[in-house]
Design a protein around this ligand. Sequence first.
Ligand code: SAM
Ligand code: DTB
Ligand code: SF4
Length: 319
Amino acid sequence: MPESHITLKPRWSRDEVAALLVLPFPELMFRAQTVHRAHFNPAQIQISTLLSIKTGGCPEDCGYCPQAASYETGTKATRLMAVEAVLAEAKAAKANGAARFCMGAAWRSPKEHDLEQVCAMVEGVKALGLETCVTLGMLSAPQSARLRAAGLDYYNHNLDTSPEYYGQVITTRTYQDRLDTLAHVRDAGINVCCGGIIGMGEDDSDRAALIAALASLPEPPESVPINALVAVEGTPLADAKPIDPIAFVRIIAAARITMPCSYVRLSAGREAMSDEAQALCFLAGANSIFHGDKLLTTANASLRHDEVLFARLGLQPEH
Ligand code: SAM
Ligand code: DTB
Ligand code: SF4
């Protein structure tokens, strides 16, 4: 079958997820916690650290992204980092408690000589005893196999939103392009990290459709980052309305219920979230975070703040 005919096999329909999202909050939380405890220790949180190995100047037009060349966001474009500089950052991340090191590049897709350099980074980071993850844009089947051969553990590539709302946010690549990349990554034997963004002006039905699409991939992603939009000045979504924290917790719970064995990552947007909202996300089944003062280009909750929050909640990093 040609790649462009890969379709989502609905394990969870949009309507079923929509029904979860409107459950009475105590009922939804009980269901999410029951599922969570059947598969995970609820006091353990997986810790990942992000590094932008190539920032800005991106030819794509993702409406949320400060790294798109076509928006005036003040993001300074850089070249691909040297391997040694990346390894120094990875060592620091490990010292700060990270178990996984995620490297992101602002590319539509990697060029061959850049991919070789990224493979050297993957090998070096793995040799430090960290899990490896990269997000480099669209990948072909041979590129996926090359990364796997270098020892890559995870590839991050998000669906971002519902198939219907997608065209309002991105025009330079299609939903199907994303599904094709995810299929190449899966076929190469790399774990899939795939999620989306909440707060881009989508409605409840789009949110349900995003979760249903993720849960209905041929295999559920091992890692599901749920990002709250970080609205950046200069991007088309700069003035997006901040999300209701309770609605966000409901989405985390729906992700937990529909993808019981996946790590659900409370991703971008934590800096703007109260400690209480984050605590509810952990109660709803989120069991992974990005740790470190910076995400790719924007601020993250600080290391010190997370240390205090984890102590208050009695949460432990997973190793
Ligand atoms: N260029 C590659 C790509 O898009 O495939 C990899 C890096 S890209 C920055 C990775 C993901 O970060 C995007 O798919 C999006 O879900 C998330 N992201 C980017 N900007 C964001 C923002 N302002 N708020 C929340 N999430 C964001
Ligand atoms: C994901 O889902 N979130 C991360 C990671 N995958 C690469 C990126 C968040 C980026 C937030 C905006 C920024 O810092 O540039
Ligand atoms: Fe480029 Fe990725 Fe940003 Fe889209 S999300 S503009 S592909 S860096």
